[in-house]
Design a protein. Sequence first.
Length: 204
Amino acid sequence: MYGSKAMRSSTLILASGSPRRRDLLAAAGVAFDVVESGVEEIRRDDESPHAFALRMAREKALHVSARAAETPVLAADTLVVCGGEILGKPVDSEDAGRMLRKLSGVTHTVITAFALARGAAILENIAVESRVTFRELSQAEINAYLATAEPYDKAGSYGIQDAGAAFIAQVEGSRDNVMGLPVREVLDALARNGVDIARCDMKK
């Protein structure tokens, strides 16, 4: 388990409890500690999905950065948008089934915004979009997927890295972005801001 309970000396803090973001960063060779932000995700009236994702990433990064001295903090927020509706994490199996039926046979957008902060100031705030097309899903397939644990902690009720990958006909753009973190863009942002990920040991 990463150091989520104490902010120790490290090259980077990831302000997210997402196991997928942790796995993506670790696979990229990034050393980090984890400190969840606890920021509540509430969309403002007339706020576009793009603006909402950017703001959430900023607020999460700033909330943790205010307590992290000069250690850089990375935060992110992922939204699934289909037919103008933001599909968040389902509240129950009925909600998850509704989302999967809505996604069936159509193309939707996945927006992941990330923010990099240091010293309670934002250094970078970027949103990356990918387009995902689902094949037509049968009700039997949806029911079988709902019987697993996979849909219930994921925006849009599916994970591209899990069994939900079988639902996908095409991805335009970054697959990492669909998983929850656009790794290439994040690594570029870290490099631009002098975060030397290669010199730090992973803390477990």
